[in-house]
Ligand binder design. Structure first.
Ligand code: IMP
Ligand code: MG
Length: 428
């Protein structure tokens, strides 16, 4: 993907998340000097099958497993410092060196214990099916202009005041919600005092680090979390996450201008999954969903919840190509479909008998749409050993051809398994 013309690349999820971004980023990071997470937080779960074994990363960019790349947690992320150190400790225990390789933005907001408490106690969060990691409440505080930022940890007096007010607010909200749980400001201040000396050495002006890398001729990969249909603006609102998951968010969340970005790669699963509530037009019937779930090991990497499974939805991916400005696609988990006799592909929807070629703006209509399927022949042969496109059965290539034709973007990578070498590069 990287070339003399493409030195700054965004990788985004083009469906509802869990498309296999971690694996693609891990592979591409070999050629990236810097890998930057730009939004979301510990709600994400990026599973990477690296030579040292399987890793699940939540906040640290998946590039950390390539020894030559440096990693950045950008200003657009909401950072849970406790979880961060669990992640760091797990990486160190597995022999990954972090010295000089991790930068945390001074402008990133902190996820505090009361954010997690509010998320897990809120009936609204339950209705949406959030990960209960405090993401929504932390972004609420950010946009309510009362959040605590990483850089504030340098000033204990400021932190003390902000936490005092935040805890008070949280306790009021908990009471309103009928919860008996309460938080203690002094406990949180003590926690931050203990974590600050460990966190501050990583802290820097992350946007400047990215800009300097680009100015110096280096390569930068901006790693998105979740997917376009979970974007707070473009997703299936209100069944979305609280950040800008799409490529536009990469510029703001990494602290660079949009003109610095050269290409955007969208990751799509060869079928569709969603974890949490909200519309999923191409959701399969129980038996077929269970078969996809088992073959694809479709269980949430953060919460362990079974993912809802269904067929490839070209409406969704075409929309994603548009709202992200995707310049290419990576189709992952093709091998999961190896045993199917027939593969439905949704080309468009109907609503009340009328044809729809663009996604409706509201969930009420999305719940009502009828997907219209084209049935493609399956290949019924294992594909995991394919290393070039020509190694794939003809039906699999036909399937991919149809996907890119419907999605209106070219396929640049095809994933046929979890290992690094199971990612086929497609010549442009
Ligand atoms: P939140 O991000 O925890 O607030 O959850 C909001 C919605 O986004 C819920 O439907 C979650 O299941 C979903 N979600 C959040 N993070 C991920 C992810 O990394 N993969 C897939 N779904 C996610
Ligand atoms: Mg995931």
């Amino acid at each position: 993907m990287f070339s003399t013309k493409i030195r700054c690349l965004v990788v985004v999820g083009a469906q509802w998340g869990d498309e296999g971004k971690g694996k693609v980023v891990d592979a591409l990071a070999e050629h990236a000097d810097l890998v930057v997470r730009y939004q979301g937080g510990a709600n994400a779960g990026h599973t990477v099958d690296a030579p040292g074994g399987e890793f699940v990363l939540h906040q640290i960019p998946s590039g950390i497993l390539q020894p030559t790349s440096r990693c950045v947690i950008g200003n657009g992320v909401v950072l849970d410092p406790e979880t961060l150190f669990h992640e760091i400790d797990a990486l160190v225990a597995r022999g990954v060196t972090l010295e000089g390789r991790l930068v945390v933005s001074d402008r990133a907001h902190l996820v505090l214990p009361y954010h997690k408490l509010l998320d897990s106690e809120s009936p609204r969060s339950k209705k949406i099916g959030t990960t209960a990691r405090g993401i929504g409440p932390a972004y609420e505080d950010k946009f309510g202009r009362r959040g605590v930022r990483v850089g504030d940890l340098r000033h204990p007096r400021i932190v003390g005041k902000l936490v005092q007010n935040g805890a008070q607010r949280a306790n009021d909200m908990l009471q309103l919600q009928g919860s008996k749980q309460r938080c203690q400001a002094s406990d949180i201040v003590a926690l931050l005092e203990a974590l600050a000396p460990r966190l501050l050495p990583f802290v820097d002006d992350a946007g400047l680090v990215v800009a300097r890398t680009l100015r110096g001729g280096g390569t930068v990969l901006l790693e998105g979390a979740q997917g376009a249909l979970l974007d707070v603006d473009h997703g299936t609102y209100p069944f979305v996450t609280s950040s800008s998951t799409t490529a536009g968010g990469a510029a703001t969340g990494a602290g660079i201008g949009p003109t610095a970005i050269h290409a955007v790669l969208g990751i799509v699963k060869a079928y569709t999954t969603r974890v949490g509530n909200g519309p999923l037009p191409t959701e399969a019937g129980q038996a077929e969903a269970a078969r996809l779930r088992e073959l694809g090991d479709e269980f949430g990497a953060t919460t362990g919840r079974p993912r809802r499974c269904g067929w490839f939805d070209a409406m969704v991916v075409r929309y994603s190509v548009r709202v992200n400005g995707l310049t290419g696609l990576a189709v992952t988990k093709l091998d999961v479909l190896d045993s199917f006799e027939e593969l439905p592909v949704c080309t468009h929807y109907t609503l009340g008998g009328d044809r729809l070629d663009e996604l409706p703006d509201n969930v009420a209509e999305l719940e009502e749409v009828e997907p219209v399927y084209e049935r493609m022949a399956g290949w019924r042969r294992p594909t995991g050993a394919a290393r070039k496109l020509v190694d794939l059965p003809r039906q699999a290539r036909d399937y991919l051809d149809r996907l890119q034709e419907l999605a209106l973007a070219p396929i640049r990578y095809v994933g046929v398994g979890t290992r690094r070498e199971q990612l086929i590069e497609v010549a442009p």
